[in-house]
Design a protein around this ligand. Sequence first.
Ligand code: ATP
Length: 392
Amino acid sequence: GKGLAVLTSGGDSQGMNAAVRAVVRMGIYLGCKVYFIREGYQGMVDGGDNIQDANWASVSSIIHRGGTVIGSARCADFRKREGRLKAAYNLVNRGITNLVVIGGDGSLTGANLFRLEWSSLLDELAQNGKITPEQKQKYGVLHIAGMVGSIDNDFCGTDMTIGTDSALHRIIEAIDAIVSTAYSHQRTFIMEVMGRHCGYLALVAGLCSEADYIFIPESPPKADWPQSYLAVVTALTSEADYVFIPEDPVPNDWQISLCEKLAQERSAGQRLNIIIVAEGAIDRDGKPITAEDVKKVVVEKLQQDTRITVLGHVQRGGNPSAFDRVLGCRMGAEAVLALMEATPDSVPCVVSLDGNQAIRVPLMECVERTKAVAQAMAEKNWELAVKLRGTS
Ligand code: ATP
């Protein structure tokens, strides 16, 4: 059977195990010889015990576990040709020419580079007598397929990345818990949530905790979107009064409108305020707005009893939600199907979610778009960033 390997790379997220399990079992089902590569690209470069046979039973009882059981890492060696040469040797030696990479845009960029370089790496290995001309001939093409595992939902081309839904569950549980204590003491809680330069977690968490006030991007992709969206959010009014998201840098007078809103809620009889701050929140000048900045304003101007909760890695932990388990399963199976159907000329894909369908989209197009979003954000071109990111 064809040699097929799976690895997880970059930051971990809930649901990666479901994806690994699906790759292994679909691979076996289709007659492949399947391998795990432990510790991401580092394991591929180092070889040895890091590359292990996978069988049906070796992925039993992992679907419910958070993180990734095969380990993940950041690997400086793989960024260099020398490291990729070692990795190529380790794969060819085991007859592996199909690779599933579960990671972020960096990991997928690395996979694509590896695929493009593959034949020249094999040439070099053959010249050095590390592999035979027959091996070079037989394993001449490397097929790759990607899946995005990230809680941030910051990858262009998919509606949801693996792990986002579980992270939202963690956040919502934490906000619910905090609301009950905040209520007792009439406190204001400022919740900092993850997401890096993407406000998705903060935005949806604000929606789920009934936000009164949300800043939305200035120029969202559809012209009619902001009005209707604002209407939905306003209709769901309640505990979280303020959400800062990076795509929608708040005006520099955010202090004033924040205080007005909080004071108004209290005078209307609300016993608590919840404010959600995305870790990447910024103002119009691109200056970060931190939970501490917000607290300072609330305490100084309103003298409210104010506490900060930074959820941190709790958001990445715990068991995956049903949604992420199913997402991992479907994407993993689709990735293997894509590899089995690949030809030497086919464009490598990343498996993504479009509505309720697992689909294949061109890997590098999505990576380029994701990088363009980061670039637009860095250039403070929020309008372009939102446009490029699309509906997800
Ligand atoms: P996350 O979104 O969780 O950070 P990521 O996949 O974007 O995930 P990176 O740290 O960017 O995380 O990349 C993970 C690994 O992928 C790197 O440590 C490196 O081994 C490999 N990699 C990233 N970019 C490249 C590249 N341009 N060339 C070769 N390898 C790369």
